[in-house]
Design a protein. Structure first.
Length: 115
């Protein structure tokens, strides 16, 4: 059974940076697409970025050019480098498969962007 553990969140000022990590334990089928999601206050959870094993990347418009998704297969870890953070990036960030949610959600890692 796959377990997801997110970390790296925190409180930063606008313009700051954070690097999120998602440790994935268990067997992952090769073709599974890994993604970062977020749930902003008062909003539904949304996909932020996803990464295919082929290297193909996707970002939603609001983070494109500021966020970078990457993975380390040797460590079974997914990353999200977030630069030039904005208050609207405040959310709890999660990782999971995409588009189908194959695994239970982890606890998420909260990100707060505020001056």
């Amino acid at each position: 059974q796959v377990q997801l553990v997110e970390s790296g969140g925190g409180s930063v000022q606008p313009g700051g940076s954070l690097r999120l990590s998602c440790a994935v334990s268990g067997h992952i089928i090769d073709h599974v697409i890994l993604a970062w999601y977020r749930q902003r206050p008062g909003s539904q959870r949304e996909v932020v970025a996803h990464l295919k094993r082929s290297g193909s990347l996707f970002y939603i418009d609001s983070v494109n050019g500021r966020f970078t998704i990457s993975g380390d297969n040797s460590k079974n870890t997914l990353y999200l480098q977030m630069n030039n953070l904005k208050p609207e990036d405040t959310a709890v960030y999660y990782c999971n498969s995409w588009p189908a949610l194959l695994w239970s959600w982890g606890q998420g890692t909260p990100v707060t962007v505020s001056s």
